[in-house]
Design a protein around this ligand. Structure first.
Ligand SMILES: NC(=O)c1ccc[n+]([C@@H]2O[C@H](COP(=O)([O-])OP(=O)(O)OC[C@H]3O[C@@H](n4cnc5c(N)ncnc54)[C@H](OP(=O)(O)O)[C@@H]3O)[C@@H](O)[C@H]2O)c1
Length: 329
């Protein structure tokens, strides 16, 4: 596992990270004991980049991650996010807040729950449509000066807003969804990150599990699983998308790897500044996923993949309509 510069502002991270969201919410049953084992195993296997957010759980995922990383806290890059506002009593209601006073109060909550003195990478999770990006980033830059965070991250910004953010204070990383079935960032976000020396962190690189081939039918998802409400997992879209996964499975067989490894190797092959953060709460999947760093795709392999799984091949949008309004702002 290689350690690389995560952007140009002094942070470093393993080429593959671990997404911790699903350990507490969205993707079926929780198992804290197995989740902690997964985080420890990741570190043993060279992963030094861990991703959480205050809204996962809500709030409990940061506590879990903070507890698990405590033995090796100084050796890793810990990322969390703020800006999506949820109420523990009524978690389905969501808002977005990027006002300076909210930035300052949020960081205190995250530091406490993670039980750390400093957050390595602090992301704005979604842009607040009512607050200019300069004001939010300005407040985040105060946190760097105060030693509460080491680097600034942003999530789901468009290229124009990213430029404004970076002009306010240098951004270390931008995070958005990127995988074989979510390729919009190729148009301008990935090149803009490259140009500005910003790391591109690819979230949901396994297509929320779909690209692994392990989700065979809608009923495989538990009744409260978030994916039951995601357009790509529903009805005809599910059936169409399964056909794409079958093609991935056949290439993976040829390459002697699993579909999950192929999907991750493909993301890594798209640029040296791209860091996928696959999520899992299971040691077994983690062990499989980290081996993706040993899968090398030739130009010919990439062309073959492009042919069978072209851009925009997936059926359905990547979020339900209401959530699509808060991305790419
Ligand atoms: N910035 C944002 O708005 C945003 C949004 C979404 C996610 N994220 C971050 O990105 C991270 C990764 O994204 P994600 O978790 O949404 O999606 P993902 O990494 O594409 O997929 C995660 C799902 O795939 C399953 N899985 C993982 N490895 C597998 C394998 N080898 N074989 C079969 N199934 C496998 C996991 O199962 P189990 O759950 O059973 O382990 C989980 O259900 C999150 O954890 C979170 O930290 C950020």
């Amino acid at each position: 596992m290689k350690i690389k510069n995560l952007g140009n502002q002094g942070l470093k991270a393993s080429e593959l990270g671990l997404g911790c969201m699903g350990m507490s919410e969205f993707y079926g049953e929780k198992n804290d004991e197995e989740s902690i084992k997964t985080i420890h195993k990741a570190f043993d296997l060279g992963v030094t980049f861990f991703d959480t957010a205050d809204m996962y759980g809500p709030y409990v995922n940061e506590k879990l991650v903070g507890k698990a990383i405590a033995p090796f806290r100084k050796e890793i890059t810990l990322a969390t996010k703020f800006g999506i506002v949820r109420d523990s009593e009524n978690p389905k209601n969501r808002g977005v807040n990027g006002r300076p006073e909210y930035v300052k109060s949020s960081v205190e909550g995250s530091l406490k729950r993670l039980n750390v003195e400093v957050i390595d990478l602090y992301y704005l999770h979604r842009k607040d449509p009512d607050t200019p990006i300069e004001e939010t980033i300005g407040a985040m830059s105060d946190l760097v000066k105060e030693g509460k965070i080491r680097g600034i991250g942003v999530s789901e910004l468009n290229a124009e807003t990213l430029r404004k953010a970076h002009a306010t204070y240098p951004v270390s990383a931008l995070q958005t969804e990127y995988s074989l079935w979510s390729r919009d960032p190729e148009d301008d976000i990935i090149p803009t990150c490259k140009e500005l020396g910003i790391a591109f962190v690819a979230y949901s690189p396994l297509g929320r599990g779909f690209l692994t081939g392990q989700i065979k039918k809608f009923e495989d998802l538990e009744v409260d699983d978030y994916r039951r409400f995601s357009p790509r997992f529903v009805g005809d879209n599910f059936e169409k998308n399964i056909e794409l996964v079958k093609k991935i499975e056949s290439i993976a067989r040829e390459k002697d790897c699993t579909p999950a490894q192929l999907a991750l190797a493909w993301v890594m092959a798209q640029g040296d500044h791209i860091f996928p953060i696959p999520g899992t709460k299971r040691v077994k999947y983690l062990e499989e996923n980290v081996k993706a760093v040993d899968v090398h795709l030739s130009q010919k392999d990439l062309e073959q993949i492009e042919e069978i799984f072209p851009k925009n091949a997936a059926a359905g949008t990547r979020y339900p309509e209401a959530f699509m309004k808060s991305v790419n702002l």
